[in-house]
Design a protein. Sequence first.
Lengths: 99, 488, 476
Amino acid sequence: MANFIDDRTIEYVGILAKLELSDEEREAAKKDMGRMLDYIDKLNELDTSGVEPMSHVFPVQNVFREDVVTNGDESEKTLGNAPEEKDNMFVVPRTFEGN
Amino acid sequence: MRGKMDKSELLHLSAVELNRAIREGKTTAVEAMEAVLEQIEKKDGQYNCYVTVAGDTALAKAAEVQKKIEAGELTGPLAGVPVAVKDNMCTEGLLTTCSSKILENFVPAFSAEAVLQLERAGAVVIGKTNMDEFAMGSTTETSAYGVTRNPRNPEHVPGGSSGGSAAAVAAEECFFALGSDTGGSIRQPASYCGVVGMKPTYGTVSRYGLVAYGSSLDQIGPLTKTVEDCAAVLETIASHDKKDSTSVERADTDFTSALVKDVKGMRIGIPRDYLGEGLDSEVRDAVLAAAELLQANGAVVEEFDLSLVEYAIPTYYTIAAAEASSNLERFDGIKYGYRAKDAAGLHQMYKKTRSQGFGPEVKRRIMLGSFVLSSGYYDAYYLKALRVKAMIKKAFDDAFAKYDCILGPVAPTTAPELGRSLADPIKMYLGDIYTISVNLAGLPGISVPCGADSRGLPIGLQLIGDCFNEKKLIQTAYTYEQCAKEGN
Amino acid sequence: MAREYETVIGLEVHVELATQTKIFCGCSTAFGGRPNSHTCPVCTGMPGSLPVLNKKVLEHAVAVGLATNCDITRYCKFDRKNYFYPDNPQNYQISQLYLPVCRNGYVEIETEEGIKKVGIHEIHMEEDAGKLIHDEWEDCSLVDYNRSGVPLIEIVSEPDMRSAQEVIAYLEKLRLIIQYLGASDCKLQEGSMRADVNLSVREVGAKEFGTRTEMKNLNSFRSIARAIEGEKNRQIDLLESGEAVIQETRRWDDAKETSYAMRSKEDAQDYRYFPDPDLVPVSISEEFLEEIRSRQPEFRTEKMKRYREEFDIPDYDIDIITGSKHMADIFEETVALGAQPKKVSNWLMVETLRLLKEKELDPEDIRFSPEHLAKLIALTESKAVNSTVAKEVFEVMFEEDIDPESYVEEKGLKTVNDEGALRRTVEEVIAANPQSVEDYHNGKEKAIGFLVGQTMKAMKGKADPAGVNRLLKELL
């Protein structure tokens, strides 16, 4: 396997994606990611010099809205599924830069 | 006076036929809904097509719709017809889970635009269908709410990720369904279950309200019993939606006008690259037989080299995983959904919620996606994939300069047995080989049943069109369907 | 011999744009309101929601770019900046990294050494995050998404500044330009303008930049100045003791006058930027640029020049008045209504500035209209009210923008110009105060002041003091 994924990489990706894996899951993840990246490496067989990366399939541009208020007080809907709520706000574990 | 139809005869009807029967007084919207609910009662214990059945709400809505039909207020071909909606489309007031634990209690405050279009036309939502979690999978086995069984053979998968929708149509637990297709998730389950399924050109159906997986690839589309139904449903849900920046304004959405039985002069190309190793021989035979039938009816059919086929899958998985890793960041236990208990602090809460709430396939793709976007790898993986995507689009553009439609299989095999696919993810991904590039290039594609293998498992015929050319696909598919029915 | 260091400073300034609605949805940006009352599925990251760009945001961003001499990027895109934090409902912020809307501009500031150009690396559009509040009673925080999705432009400068003074001058210049454009009210204390300071030190003459740190939570010019001083010293101390400066983000605590590192191993600072697939690119045409250019107002320098030519008012007044577009507008409109420039500038420079200072407000907060100011001035000109009454009326006008004419009528504040009644009152006052009269005759000029006062009291203030004075002198 050309792409060797180690514990550190999995841990790093876990921080980025906010996922924590059990020991078993971690072993499987290392193997799976390595194999997938090997497979994705196949793309290096292609000479893509001079080809622009295409993020949008069609040349649609300039989709705008007018600066007009269309929404009213939807706080009930917004908070309707809140796991924890207080004073019309979402409750979260304490953060350190709130003021 | 409204007549009462024999239940099984009623359930056999296509959506359009049902609407006609309702308008002619042979049955009612309520009767149709009752029949479907009874069928679900009977069969869904085994098939598990549905995550949520709206039961009483659906019957009440059907009664309302019936009144409007009688009053002449709802005159479209889907009025009164019960529809199943894949559980990754928001339905106001109705549980929407994406078949994931992390949304086990999520009730949206708004409905997806495509659902609203159907409701405006008088279709009535029965409930939400099972799927692969967050649309990541090809067998509906990654659902947190159990597997769905293929009604043609319950030991086999229905395909995925719109497995519940396809199975519901096949099992007559609905008259038509909505699915979503990011890499083949409508077409492949349609093929495995023996129903019609279509993914329109990117931007044709609004994505507002569709829980995003691969934003640049996702499209909502119909799963139906017939090509006629497919055209009618697509016509109803296609719209230019101001709430979706990627929604395309189209003048030509009268898809039912293409229901013409005629393929004389239709130039059909079959990619040689699709017919090679890995394709099951029975599938190949059925697909080529379909091509011959079209040829016998006047189409000009020939093989050609599409090229780049083997690069489609790694390109797709890089892009889809990258977009998905970002799209799924919002599931964090703060605003909605599952939230882990007893977490020591904010970041622990995030990690535990997501690790407990997501299944292994979703986690796998999120991790891959985060990796390919991460510092140092973005150019080598993500940008590279976007360049190959451009090349794949160009290959199709070149092909469509010569052909009206591209014809091929939907999947290399018929539906595999349950429990065989998840152990080897890459092998599973390889099954997407014929459908995936269609999403990368934003093209329309349809799957039509074209026979069965020796075990009775359905085989699907795929037709791919140039962007905005659904009508050619519908015409070809319709012609095939009609000719095949007549046995010529 | 101690080494000499120079401080190298660059700024990242976030400005809240003055649009009616948020950048990607139709929710109101109005300040205040119950928590989460200005929210919708889009700005709260509900599953299935999608963004659509507010055209006005683009217009403001391009206008600011043009006014700061930037190149406008004709084809620009939005990128997602991915990081987890509760004030960020999607856990990604839609911003612009790869193709920001404006690049390579500059503003000119006045320094002790003369005019200096501070380069602007780029300006981009992005969305603001929600607000986090610490709960007083329980160990948790609370999230309000009203501010989530409010449009921002981020102005990134080149590391061209060398002192706190230059930083302040730069910020003041930016604020002036942006206020003149009407793009934002740029108030540091209210958060409509936020500055993050990137600072490094190096020995004088060194070619390379030192390692820089980023400082956040600077809510006033004063804390910016202190933070710069503090950080500069901290870095120099480190280097002098042979240690290295660590690149990190630091949070400034103004009360403690110190900063501390916001390091966290849970935060990789790897934002994985990629083009947002839910938004389409923006292509800016020549016509669009022309349209924005044509809307550019007369900026301060031109205005000052014009005022010097057109109005006979002191340079100092011109400086102050043009320092705020709002004040300048009021000045010009009041003059256009016929009031004398000198009188208008006087009301602005004296009474207005006094009240603004007293109430700790900015010139942007002036609420009275040019029409009303013009009326008040006319009332004083015609001596319908005296200066004391005028000041009182002005204070009410400042608070509530009342029509001075109707107010004066209502409250019966008009100066009594009836010579006869006045004469009678003066005579009564003279009769009632023989001691003062005697004092006056004995040479005490001040005594007449007392008598004027008594007369004014008797007239309930509705007399013209000068007229009273004249009459007294006549009768005594």
